[in-house]
Structure formats: structure tokens, C-alpha cells
Design a protein around this ligand. Sequence first.
Ligand code: PLP
Length: 392
Amino acid sequence: MNEKMITLGKKRSVIRELFEYGKKRKALIGAENVFDFSIGNPSVPTPQAVTDAMKRLISETEPVALHGYTSAQGDFKVRRKIAESIKRRFDVDADPELIYLTCGAAASLTVTLKALINSGEEVIVPSPFFPEYKVFTENAGGRLISVPLRRPDFQLDIDAIKGAITDKTRAIIINSPNNPTGAIFSEERIKQLAAVLEDKQKEYKNDIYIISDEPYRELTYGADVPYIPKYYGNTVICYSYSKSLSLPGERIGYIFIPSTANNSGEMYAAVCGAGRSLGFVCAPSLLQYTVGECTETTPNSEVYRKNRDLLYGSLTDYGYEAVPPDGAFYLFVKSPEPDAAAFCERAKKYELLLVPSDDFGCKGYVRISYCVSTEQIKKSLPAFKALIEEYK
Ligand code: PLP
């Protein structure tokens, strides 16, 4: 047996651990009495257009065709529709032959990292970061180099990133809107990052890629999310419909390589090879056809906005410190004691399930996933108030 895999299998992520704990508590005292802010499972229903498209496909398509294998990189017509949508929305050139359909962002990332990384190469990741980046990077043979985001606004720290780049740096993973901070990286910062990477590519005569992990692209509350290929050629977009169309259990997303990337054809071949070597075969066919019908469907993020305003407003009133999130559905709150895990344990007394920031590569914060019902947030507020009172 592979020791690394045993360790990974035995030690669940802290998020999953808490999610499982929440399930047990709910069975014991009733779901309505547990304030479960642990996991990023969208609470907004899947848009009707998506359900309608699925029903139509099931009732009107010949089953063998509907459920059969597609091309490994995904059905061509679906890829063409996605390419058209990218062109229309972001005003960048998009070639369906450089789009690869995946089982969500996790698969987009594992395939991309496997495609780009050679053993021992480094992947810069601004921290705090989605904990699975470390698992995916190491599985591809790479080393994750964590570089803290700037405080207090959690924007990219360009000087720190510049200082971390070496001749072994192969990629930087950018996630905006960000999990866990809710920050959107500004256009100014993206331009500065692009300039630094261009210089470093010349200095080391190497390609350095931006891997843009974008499951939250559409979940924003006003600020624009810069589209990275407009600023930097050597980019790979890792997209997912999990959050935007509330489909996380169905597993569907894509990888998009802009034609401005150096040797984009070779990169695409590497992506196809990585998908093959990881045994993905093809993304789920029904879901491919469904998203092909729904490229213009946008999420209804009004509930998330309402939750964000209510939670941020109330918690800061009570004395918690947090940065107002611009997107995604997470609030990143400073722990009132240095040990965030100890604070989260104390929160459990009030049936509040919060995720300590340690596994996100950063100490002293907690993540609150506010993709729950607004009722649930209202009901949880006295618990948050009582919890912070313990520290006064
Ligand atoms: N990347 C980030 C930043 C996430 O937050 C998540 C899921 O929460 C993923 C990737 C994986 O998403 P998917 O369900 O599309 O695999």
C-alpha cells in the first residue's frame, strides 16, 4: 500500500471532518438546532433552466447517445458553445479545440497540475488557500510554496510573490473570488502580477503559468473579476459549474487554454494526456449536454448577498473583526484567541460549526460558509454574540 495515500485517506480535511460531525449533531438534536457553516454546498436551488434542460435531454434524446462515452476532451458541440460564451462574455479568443471538459474544479486542477508540473517543480499559492491545492500539487510531483496575501485586505502581495519565484517555479494558482477570504483580486494587482511573471519568464527562460481556479467567478457583489487571459498569455482557466449552477454533486467543469499561451497545442495535448493518465475517460455526458444548453444561465446570488450583509453587519457589531467579502460565499473572521482551532471548539458549545484557518495555510482565523438559509443565519446570531462575549 502507498503510505501517503493511507495518510490522506485517514486524515480527512478539517472541513469534511466538521461536516461529518455536523451530520451526527443534526441527527441527535435536529438539523434546525445546528448552525452548520462548515462546507461550501450551495444553498440556492439549481436554476430552473438547468433542471428543464436535464429533463428535456432525458426525455428527448435517444438513451444510448445520451449516456454513451463522449470524446475524451468532451463533446465538440458543447465545447463550441462554451467557447462562444467565453468570447462573448470576456472578449477573448476561445478555440473549442483548447477546451477540455472535466468533473469540476478539483478535476480541472488535478489535470492541469499533472499536465504542467515535472517532479520537484514549484507551485506558488497565495495563502490562505483552498487546502486541496497542497494535495493536488504534491500528487503531481510538485512542491507548494505558500506566500501570504497582504493584510488586512487579502489582496495579492506582489513583492512577496516576486521574492518567492525561483528557476523551479512552474505556476501560481490564483483563486478569485477567493475561498476562504471572499476577496476579489483587483485589476491593478493582476496587471502587476502579469508584469512580474513576464520578467521572471525572461530571466529564467522558462514558462510560468497562472492557473486561475474559478468556481466562484459569477458569485460577486459589485466588484469586477478580471479575466486573466486578457492580462497574461500563459494562463489556464480551471472552471467549474459546482457553485454557479448549484451542481456540486454532479461534477462538471472545464479547462480552457487561451491561444495566447506559449505552445498552446502542446499544452492541450498535455492536458489530454494528464486526463488520460488519471483515468477520467470523459466528463459525465448528461452534465456535458446540460451545461451546453445553459451557457448563458446565471446564478441567483441575491440570497448570498443578503446573508453576507446580515452576517458581516451583525458580527462586526458584536465585536468580531472581518473584511467585507466581495464575492464567493465565505466570511473570513479573525479568531478572538490566537489558536483558531481552540476557538472553533468553543464555538461548538453553541452549536456553531466554524472552520479554523490552519489548513488553509494561515493561522488565527475562521471561515464561515454563509451558503445556508437566511433564517438559519438569523437564528445563529445570538450564539455568535454569546461566543464573543466570552472574550470580553
Ligand atoms: N477550488 C476552490 C477554491 C473551491 O472552493 C472548491 C470547492 O469548494 C474547488 C476548487 C472544487 O470545486 P469542484 O466542486 O468544482 O470540484
